[in-house]
Design a protein around this ligand. Structure first.
Ligand code: ADE
Ligand code: ZN
Length: 326
């Protein structure tokens, strides 16, 4: 079977990963020590053993706990470099990295500490890792729209370090409409727009991400399968979906990878991509998502080329750089 080798060697872009979700237990323990932050787990293995989730919320609780070790600009730089090294090993040529400022400002850090640390790693990416990297600030949807406005305000002095705005955290009960005004403002400011929609919540959340928030990509979007009119809309508009197969498996969106719908989505003409979401928690970086998904679903080389092509076409790489990947 030559598919795994093809998948690994294939140049690709990653469009959906949360940098805080790339914090491996080894680095978490090292940062806990460096910053004198107590951890309730006795060992890295004990922490890893706790990575068993029944749904998104159970994951978010432990993910949030892990972020407590992040204190300095250097911590954000080191975490990002560790991810970029993994991405380079997976032949990722370009990555768009989610981060949630509010998680860290909620722990008393400044937005500048977070954004400057992340950005310095992205700026070093071409020389250090032979790839490009940009940043997408995600609002936390379980918090209020007013708090999202505050977060946007705090990021504005660092406007040039951020390419886009996203929406993450607990989905059900926090529909896109809640953030209509702050997305309209972000649009005026020239940010590219994405949002998590249809990870666990029904197709209505995808419709309103498109029609109310006016996003340019849907993060996850796998629940679209339950709405034929929405499937047609996504295909007709070439609306990218940033799908995260191992995440969906670990958070029990699908009972097994063999039941994942990404093959059906591609065959329906939807512009799907493969991504790692929170690779330290979900059992693998980008190539692991590709190889396990292709093995479970029996996808073809045509599917592989389509996914690679989609990842660049759906990216926010500027036009001059895009030539290089055509
Ligand atoms: N934050 C980090 N990972 C997430 C996910 N898969 N869904 C929503 N919010 C997240
Ligand atoms: Zn995500």
């Amino acid at each position: 079977d030559r598919m795994p080798a093809l998948l690994r060697a294939m140049p690709k872009a990653e469009l959906h990963m949360h940098i805080e979700g790339s914090l491996e237990p080894e680095l978490m323990f090292a940062l806990a020590k460096r910053n004198s932050v107590p951890l309730r787990f006795p060992s890295e293995q004990a922490l890893r053993d706790a990575y068993v989730f029944n749904n998104l919320q159970e994951f978010l609780d432990i993910y949030h706990e892990g972020t407590m070790v992040l204190k300095t600009e250097q911590d954000f730089y080191d975490m990002t470099c560790a991810y970029l090294a993994k991405a380079q090993a997976d032949n990722v040529l370009h990555t768009e990295i989610f981060f949630d400022t509010q998680t860290h400002t909620g722990h008393g850090l400044s937005a500048e500490t977070v954004i400057n640390g992340l950005y310095r790693a992205c700026a070093d990416a071409p020389a250090k890792f032979g790839m490009t990297a940009s940043l997408i600030l995600c609002f936390l949807r379980h918090l209020s729209e007013e708090e999202a406005f505050e977060c946007l305000e705090q990021a504005l002095p660092l406007r040039d370090k951020i390419v886009g705005i996203g929406l993450a955290s607990s989905e059900v009960g926090h529909p896109p409409e809640k953030f209509a005004k702050v997305y309209a403002r972000a649009r005026e400011l020239g940010f590219r727009l994405v949002a998590h929609a249809g990870e666990e919540a029904p197709p209505a959340y995808i419709w309103s991400a498109l029609d109310v928030l006016k996003v340019e990509r849907i993060d996850h979007g796998v629940q679209a399968i339950h709405d034929a009119a929405l499937m047609q809309r996504l295909a007709a508009d070439k609306m990218p979906l940033t799908v995260c197969p191992l995440s969906n498996l670990k958070l029990r969106v699908f009972p097994t990878l063999a039941q994942h719908n990404i093959g059906t989505m591609l065959d329906a003409g939807i512009m799907a991509t493969v991504n790692s979401d929170d690779p330290a928690y979900f059992g693998g970086y980008l190539n692991e998502n590709f190889t396990q998904t292709f093995a479970a679903l029996g996808l073809s080389a045509q599917h592989a080329y389509a996914l690679a092509r989609n990842s660049f076409d759906a990216s926010f790489i500027d036009a001059s750089l895009r030539q290089k990947y055509a």
